[in-house]
Design a protein around this ligand. Structure first.
Ligand code: GRF
Length: 204
């Protein structure tokens, strides 16, 4: 399946997907890396791997989210995109976009949802004093960080942790989880029943 990875910055999750997709047995191909910012560091990495890149500047569409999304979808059409993986993509998508890509659009979020949706998850986890933190891959629905959960990984929060140390521990799990979740989606192993994701052929 042809996948677009959407980024806004560093792109380390996108890079993990690219690395996974280098295995011919991996069921997804990263056919496009699209950023809403021309200065996203991940674009250079994708280009260096010979992956098509596109920039659709969200700033150029201020107040016109539908126009921004139409420009992105023109790129998806050009590259025959079938699935979308949000990978540190910092724009909220409209209900219309989410509905058009329902079941074909996933996100990775750096917390154990439904705890800590939104931004600054590591600082908030430290402030809350939780002993476990982690990351979640979920299908995207209209509510931000609310879609059916595909998989989660937990990491301990250690007494000496600062935000950077905790973020790094979570990020290593993100990279592992995201490549697995995209493979399940691309291989048709994900369906939604009563608002929850059901995985078939995935060891518990
Ligand atoms: C990751 O922590 C991801 O979960 C969150 O934004 C961060 C992006 O990092 N949505 P990167 O661009 O993938 O390195």
């Amino acid at each position: 399946r042809r996948v677009a990875a959407l980024i806004s910055g560093r792109g380390s999750n996108m890079a993990a997907l690219l690395a996974a997709a280098e295995d011919p047995a991996y069921p997804a191909e990263i056919a496009l890396v699209l950023s809403n910012r021309a200065d996203a560091a991940g674009l250079a990495h994708a280009a260096s791997r010979g992956v098509a890149t596109a920039v659709v500047e969200s700033r150029a569409f201020r107040g016109d989210r539908a126009g921004f999304e139409a420009a992105m979808e023109a790129e998806f059409a050009k590259h025959g995109i079938e699935l979308i993986a949000l990978a540190g993509f910092m724009r909220v998508l409209t209900e219309g976009f989410v509905a058009r890509w329902e079941g074909r659009l996933i996100n990775i979020h750096p917390s154990l949802l439904p705890c800590f949706p939104g931004l600054d998850t590591h600082a908030r986890a430290l402030a809350a004093g939780v002993r476990l933190h982690g990351c979640t891959v979920h299908l995207v629905t209209a509510g931000v960080d609310e879609g059916p959960i595909l998989v989660q990984a937990a990491v301990p929060v250690l007494p000496e942790d600062d935000e950077a140390a905790l973020a790094a521990r979570v990020l290593a799990e993100e990279h592992r989880l995201y490549r697995a979740a995209l493979a399940w989606l691309a291989a048709g192993q994900v369906r939604v029943e009563a608002g929850r994701a059901v995985l078939s052929g995935v060891p518990a």
